[in-house]
Design a protein around this ligand. Structure first.
Ligand code: BGC
Length: 517
């Protein structure tokens, strides 16, 4: 059937025949390395910036503040724009890169976009590992950021297209699981390299080369997704790949559905403008707010700066890095809880329970710091220090089974097909924008708000939990192409945006057939 023809797609909700083939397994490992890379970059900067050798070389002012007690308030030891730029430049570069990545995923395919990401990562790692001055360091971070922008756009799309329908949700969270493993790996590496003087930090930054090379080599060997091949007019190749990845010859129904989906997608000439149509407003609003809320839980204050934060609280360098390893491990384990429960108890229950847990732990942390850590004395006794770490872990675990994975999962499952990839690039872009804001502002906020920083984040947790309670519909067990009918048109608030859905769709179909509306 020619690409422009009308093929008969399977009815919505139909399960296509598919085995879990070796090629699908290999593809999962690929995606894993994309997530590992992102996580490693998130986790490595905090540990490196708490290492004296690194500070002495690139940030001598911070080094002096940190090592001369009484020179500055405890809370302000690390307040330095350059230091924050080292962490945040990656996210600024990443959010810019998503717009190019949206183009390359469509025109060049998912596989080549992942290859581009891998190459950016490798060059970035070389710049960082060999850095002689701050300029080289920042250029390296910017290149890594471009890699993140391309990888985070292409890898989740690649995964959901290559996965058989029945394991798509689990595979989606698998990406987040690998982000958390990447963070933990970086924390462990930092713990080891902090004992190597004076070049331990170089080793930390260079070891990012492992996931970078894995991603690049992987992208050279895997096939592109059938959806991408068909979208680019390579129908026979698409069909052959579909046969191979599904492990069956009975692929006609799925092939026809992809063909139909790509026909509709091709009619949408301006995917980004289409996102602003009235019937897409609910999904767009939710995707954007979920990203903002995810970052305003304060998670990255911990992920980026845990060692710095624990150091601020009076922990010795070694203990700080050690505590960061503990929070990293809790992050990984709690993500597994989410994989297990997300399709059983649902998204809303996880988010609401986590809201209560995050709020309480942040308030407790804020109170302890308020009483125990003053500007010039950090007399946190051993008992209190352990208690703070336990509270931080309580907070991290709640995040890891809720806002962490669901911030990515929900936007990826609520957009209709024709706006899904434009929606994904807005999701990644807003996420990186607010990650940048937190990375750039946190150390200054800590300096000015002091212990109040945790009260600030707990206030946001209340706002986002109320949002979930009233405005976030449950999407558990709803087939992805039935969201409009079964979720949005039924919701007490969002249904008003769906009024024009049928009318507009009819107009579009009539327009495509050359009829008057
Ligand atoms: C967030 C990252 C965060 C990570 C922590 C992700 O979902 O997008 O910003 O660092 O979770 O595990």
């Amino acid at each position: 059937m020619p690409a422009g023809g009308f093929s008969v797609a399977a009815p919505p909700g139909t399960e296509f025949e598919a085995k879990i083939t070796p090629i699908v397994i290999v593809s999962c490992i690929m995606a894993a390395t994309g997530g590992l890379m992102f996580g490693y970059d998130v986790g490595v900067s905090g540990g490196v910036t708490s290492m004296n050798d690194f500070l002495l070389k690139f940030f001598p002012k911070v080094y002096r503040k940190k090592n001369e007690p009484g020179l500055d308030s405890n809370y302000c030891k690390y307040d330095n724009q350059g230091l924050q730029l080292f962490t945040s430049s990656l996210y600024l570069a990443g959010l810019t890169a998503t717009f190019f990545a949206s183009y390359t995923t469509r025109r060049l395919g998912r596989r080549l976009t992942m290859l581009i990401a891998g190459i950016f990562f490798i060059i970035g790692v070389i710049f960082n590992g060999a850095a002689q001055n701050l300029g080289m360091l920042i250029v390296g971070r910017i290149l890594l950021g471009c890699g993140v922008g391309f990888a985070n756009q292409a890898v989740p799309l690649f995964l959901s297209e290559i996965a058989p329908t029945r394991i798509r949700g689990g595979l989606n969270i698998l990406f987040q699981l690998n982000v958390t493993i990447g963070i933990l790996f970086a924390n462990l590496v930092n713990y080891g390299t902090s004992k190597i003087h004076p070049w331990g930090w170089r080793l930390s930054l260079s070891l990012a080369g492992i996931p970078a090379v894995l991603l690049t080599v992987g992208a050279l060997f895997v096939v592109d997704t059938p959806n991408s091949l068909i979208e680019r007019g390579r129908l026979e190749e698409g069909k052959a790949v579909l046969r191979k990845i599904r492990g069956t010859d009975n692929i006609e129904p799925e092939f026809n559905e992809i063909l139909e989906a790509s026909r509709i997608a091709q009619q949408v000439k301006h995917p980004f403008r289409n996102l602003l149509k009235r019937r897409n407003i609910p999904q767009l609003t939710i995707a954007i707010l979920l990203q903002i809320f995810q970052q305003f839980t304060g998670i990255n204050a911990i992920m980026f700066y845990a060692p710095v934060l624990f150091n601020t609280l009076g922990f010795k360098s070694d203990a700080s890095l050690y505590s960061a390893v503990i929070t990293g491990a809790v992050n990984v384990l709690s993500t597994v809880v989410s994989i297990y429960s997300v399709d059983r108890v649902g998204r809303r229950v996880l988010l609401l329970e986590a809201g209560v847990q995050m709020f309480l732990s942040q308030v407790v942390i804020s109170v302890i710091l308020g009483i125990k850590v003053t500007d010039h004395s950090d007399n946190l006794s051993h008992g209190y220090a352990v208690f703070v770490v336990v509270m931080v872990c309580t907070f991290v675990s709640a995040f890891a089974w809720s806002w962490g994975p669901l911030g990515w999962l929900i936007p990826s499952e609520t957009f209709p097909l024709e706006t899904r990839s434009a929606g994904q690039s807005i999701t990644v872009c807003v996420n990186l924008l607010f990650t940048f804001v937190i990375a750039q502002a946190f150390l200054s906020m800590l300096c000015h708000l002091k212990y109040g920083i945790f009260a600030f984040f707990s206030g946001w947790v209340v706002v986002m939990s109320l949002f979930v309670l009233f405005l976030l519909p449950e999407t558990k067990n709803v087939p992805i192409e039935e969201m409009t009918e079964r979720v949005w048109k039924q919701h007490w608030f969002w249904k008003r945006f769906m009024d024009d859905d049928d009318a507009e769709k009819n107009n579009e179909i009539n327009g495509a057939k050359g009829l008057q509306p």
